[in-house]
Design a protein. Sequence first.
Length: 82
Amino acid sequence: MTFVDASIECSSCGMRVEKTLKDRVHECSSCNRSIDRDWNSALVLLSRGLGAVGLPLTGCGGQEGTQPTRQQFSIVRLEAPA
């Protein structure tokens, strides 16, 4: 089994999307996904890791034949007690 470099593999459809080092946004013409390059790579690596232990990654970009879902984003402020 061969793996495509995580930075050029689309986290949504798996297509190869060539980029140079200066390209900071992953834009897939196959599935129209537009996402930060590093975030895309993280999703690819997470999907590979979960797949290696038999767990699917659903709800992120249409894996498992589902439609993409809106992701919730939370900001947590961490401060040391006074």
